[in-house]
Write a protein that binds this ligand. Structure first.
Ligand code: ATP
Length: 370
């Protein structure tokens, strides 16, 4: 099979892509295949290269090396105008002197569509984004969330095969942001348009993406579904960047067990040799609470006694800080349900037993690899 045939299975294929700004490498050896209709999020800290990669896909910045294939066609060296995408930026970027209708119609007019077709399409799009009566207004007369819906309508007006979203929600306040992310996701499903969104907001990526591409320092750290990157992070960077993660210095001993202080724990199996220095990691919600006196049924339960040092009520659960002298002073954070706290009579300053289930206790190489 030729390379072309292989990439033909995917709507968008990025192969061995590098981008340098002078001597600085913003993207290093990026390869990624995206299926038709997928919703992909590029997620990572500021400066990791998310926007640079999106701009390379759009042709707004050309890559230094590597190729991009869209819908079976090599678009690597095509200007944006010859690629098939719609784009929405963080700042709504609507034309302030044009009405909402004219803003949405812009691409359609450029494409030479008839007046009647444009009028129908604009009406449909306004309805689609839930603003059927706003067409005659100007951008400044709409709220931020409404303007972003119009930007979305404008981006999909010509029915592009690819929708690119560059932090489209980050300028909006929290409530509007959450609301709009549902709407965008729903709209994307309805249209079935392949979508790539840049975000630094992990919650947004978890809520919206079919697959998340976690990036750091210009490389891809992991690609996976929201549950995969959250539950099975492939290295310490991903584990730490997405969600809360307890991390304790540890060493591998006795055929894959983790030695922490004087204790040794069964863990989620990884290929480490005995004696390797690793970071033991467990999510706060994976720690199971028990009362003092609880007798574990198996050693795999990894039960230890701790002091419930501090409790913080976070509405739907309690965030608890736990201490155990044998952890070398390290504190564990555990999220316990309101029911568990009530049932077990957990209270600040009291001892308790916690269970660190072996299948949720992970081990990571300190340099970042698992
Ligand atoms: P943010 O979330 O802050 O937008 P990002 O992950 O999108 O970050 P990019 O905007 O892709 O990051 O930038 C990646 C790196 O490339 C950064 O270190 C940035 O300073 C650098 N960079 C981006 N554009 C240019 C440019 N035109 N010239 C020089 N360096 C650039």
């Amino acid at each position: 099979m030729t390379a072309e045939q292989t990439s033909g299975e995917f709507y968008l294929s990025i192969k061995d892509l590098w981008k340098a700004f002078g001597t600085f490498l913003a993207l290093r050896d990026i390869s990624l295949d995206i299926k038709e209709g997928e919703f992909i999020c590029f997620l990572g800290p500021s400066g990791c290269g998310k926007t640079t990669l999106l701009r390379a896909i759009a042709g707004l910045d050309l890559q230094t090396r590597g190729s991009i294939t869209q819908d079976g066609k090599d678009v690597s060296n095509l200007p944006p105008s010859e690629r098939d995408f719609g784009i929405v930026f963080q700042s709504y970027a609507l034309f302030p002197n044009l009405t909402i209708e004219k803003n949405i119609a812009f691409g359609l007019e450029n494409a030479g569509r008839s007046k009647a077709e444009i009028a129908t399409r604009v009406k449909d799009l306004l309805k689609l984004v839930g603003l059927p009566d706003q067409g005659k207004k100007y951008p400044a007369q709409l709220s931020g969330g409404q303007q972003q819906r119009i930007a979305l309508a404008r981006a999909i007006a010509t029915k592009p095969g690819l929708l690119l979203l560059d932090e489209p929600l980050s300028a909006l306040d929290a409530k509007v942001r959450v609301h709009l992310r549902h709407e965008i996701k729903e709209l994307q499903r309805k249209l079935g348009v392949t979508t790539v969104m840049v975000t630094h907001d992990q919650e947004e990526a978890l809520a919206m993406a079919d697959r998340i591409v976690v990036m750091n320092h210009g490389v891809i750290e992991q690609v996976g579904s929201p549950t995969e990157v959250y539950r099975e992070p492939s290295n310490l960077f991903v584990a730490d960047f997405i969600g809360e993660m307890n991390q304790i210095d540890s060493a591998v001993a006795n055929g894959g067990r983790l030695a922490i202080g004087e204790d040794s724990f069964a863990c989620h199996a990884h290929d480490f040799s005995d004696g390797a220095a690793v970071v033991a990691a467990i999510r706060p919600e994976d720690i199971i609470p028990h009362e003092v006196g609880y007798q574990p049924e198996s050693a795999e339960q990894n039960c230890i006694e701790v002091l419930l040092h501090e409790m913080e009520f976070l509405g739907s659960f309690w965030r608890c800080r736990l201490q155990n002298d044998r952890f070398g002073g390290a504190e564990l954070i555990a999220d316990f349900s309101i029911n568990a706290v009530r049932r077990l009579g957990l209270a600040e300053g009291k001892p308790m037993i916690i269970e660190l289930p072996a299948d949720r206790l992970m081990a990571f190489d300190r340099s970042g690899e698992s």
